[in-house]
Ligand binder design. Structure first.
Ligand SMILES: C[S@@+](CC[C@H](N)C(=O)[O-])C[C@H]1O[C@@H](n2cnc3c(N)ncnc32)[C@H](O)[C@@H]1O
Ligand code: SF4
Length: 367
């Protein structure tokens, strides 16, 4: 059975105004101890083999060159060469991915880069609280291409404060001109506790929907496969690691706040940096949560994740036993449709997916 390996790097140069991910600014001094802790946790999985590797964050590219090298060497000691993973992704922010780090990643055998751009407009980037400008991004993107990275993802956000449809279309057009293999486009979410939330920023939902529809239209026309609600790929470049999550495959997450799903059990590490490092030092578990889903909770979650993939899913007998009525309701309302023996989100359902997904999460209406 395939297994994915995720490593969480919880450091950022500065917190962005919209972000509630488990990451911290101004904690660079903890980086050496954190890498040490990650490698200790990695050691406990040394007998496992993984098919995909994803180093995400936070901002993995913020690790200084020596620590990045230490992390890679340490991982290779436990799990074999990075080049032997079917897919190995490194998440990076433009301001911190130096040429030396890019060279190191390439030499180590990373075969996929995911770069957080968010917007192709310097004014918008400033409003988001990003620490890079468009020129920084272009510099990194071109350097990566020159070094031979042939699979690059670019992250964009739609529906930024005061962003017009025309401005957003210009962002998409500019990204397309670079011909990345993969593009992720997320609708802005206002998360509690973020500066945007405190400032009372609200999303114009109809405008955001227009932007996401426009994205789908433009990217499909340019030859991309819209294979997951927020993800587009040139055929053959669909992200293997993430697809594995949506297919309910097993994965191990290392680091603070990282989640794992192994043997039917889902676990989550503490998001607290110091507690995580302390646990690793003392040989204690950093786990703060563990659950084993069964029955409709398990089947509902599997169905929900599978339906994120726009090609659809063939529901299992168990899923039909629990959710037939809900599935029929969404087909009747035009949010799901049949495609052979599969069901999938309709064009309308893509933008109202949460209405569909609610039916597959407890409390269940008809069970
Ligand atoms: C794990 S995050 C961060 C990756 C990386 N540190 C960066 O900033 O590019 C991955 C992506 O989620 C998206 N994201 C994070 N918070 C979001 C929010 N509140 N609304 C919409 N998209 C968000 C951004 O596009 C971001 O690049
Ligand atoms: S969006 Fe990325 S860089 Fe910004 S705070 Fe979140 S994880 Fe850090």
């Amino acid at each position: 059975m395939k297994t994915g390996l995720y490593l969480h790097i919880p450091f950022c140069k500065q917190k962005c105004n919209y972000c509630d991910f488990a990451s911290f600014a101004g904690c660079e001094k903890w980086m050496p101890a954190y890498v040490e802790a990650l490698l200790t946790e990695a050691h406990s999985y040394r007998s496992r083999r993984f098919e995909t590797l994803y180093i995400g964050g936070g901002t993995p590219s913020l690790l200084p060159l020596n620590l990045l090298e230490k992390l890679i060497v340490g991982l290779e000691k436990q799990f074999g060469p990075v080049s032997q993973f079917q897919e190995s992704t490194f998440e990076a922010n433009p301001e911190s991915l130096s040429l030396e780090k890019l060279r190191l990643l390439k030499m180590a055998g990373f075969n996929r880069l995911s770069i957080g751009l968010q917007s192709f407009d310097d004014e918008e980037l400033k409003k988001l609280g990003r620490v890079h400008c468009v020129a920084d991004f272009l510099h990194v993107y071109q350097a990566a291409r020159k070094l031979g990275f042939q699979n690059i993802n670019i992250d964009l956000i739609a529906g930024l404060p005061r962003q017009t449809l025309t401005k957003f279309q210009a962002n998409i057009k500019a990204v397309l001109s670079l011909h990345p293999e993969h593009i992720s486009v997320y609708g802005l979410q206002i998360e509690e506790g973020t500066p945007f939330f405190e400032q009372g920023v609200v999303c114009d939902q109809p405008l955001m929907r227009n932007m996401l529809e426009e994205t789908r239209h433009q990217l499909i026309q340019a030859g991309y496969h819209h294979y997951e609600i927020s993800n587009f790929a040139r055929p053959g470049y669909e992200a293997k690691h993430n697809t594995h999550y949506w297919n309910y495959g097993e994965y191990v997450g290392l680091g603070s706040s990282a989640a794992s799903y192994i043997g039917g059990v889902r676990r989550q590490n503490t998001p607290d940096l110091r507690t995580y490092m302390e646990c690793m030092k003392r040989g204690k578990t950093p786990e703060i949560f563990r659950e084993q889903l069964t029955g409709p909770a398990l089947e509902g979650e599997k169905l929900l994740l599978a339906l994120r993939q726009l090609d659809g899913v063939k529901p299992t007998q168990k899923q039909l036993a629990y959710f037939q009525q809900e599935i029929e309701k969404h087909i009747h309302n035009g949010l799901l449709e049949r495609a052979g023996n599969k069901i999938k989100l309709t064009e309308e359902g893509i933008y109202l997916a949460n209405e569909v997904f609610c039916s597959f999460v407890a409390p269940f209406e008809n069970i």
